[in-house]
Write a protein that binds this ligand. Structure first.
Ligand SMILES: O=C(O)CC1=CCC(=O)O1
Length: 95
């Protein structure tokens, strides 16, 4: 199943700089592992914001939740999920 996910990162301004750097390093490693596994096929920065639009490709809502809640930045994110269904007008979708 495909999900469109918006993630807004809201790190506290007073967060220790070393902890901030560690979180971001771990977030990158975590997301790149999932990208390589094909579970996170799209990751886009929203221009001008500390936020991203992602497409995640997972089995179901439970896997999505497990993946998202494992993000190192999860405690510092607002996340909006939109499940995606096939569009009948898409070329190649059938008659
Ligand atoms: O910087 C972000 O948008 C948060 C994030 C998600 C995956 C990643 O590597 O960073």
């Amino acid at each position: 199943m495909l999900y469109h996910v918006r993630m807004d990162v809201r790190l506290p301004p007073d967060l220790d700089p070393a902890e901030r750097a560690d979180l971001i390093t771990r977030e990158k490693a975590y997301s790149q592992k999932l990208q390589r596994a094909g579970k996170w096929p799209q990751l886009w920065r929203i221009a001008g914001e500390y936020a991203n639009f992602s497409i995640l490709d997972v089995a179901d809502h439970d896997e999505l939740h497990t993946l998202l809640s494992g993000l190192p930045l999860f405690p510092y994110m607002d996340i909006a999920v939109t499940p995606l269904a096939a569009h009948p007008s898409k070329v190649g979708a059938g008659s």
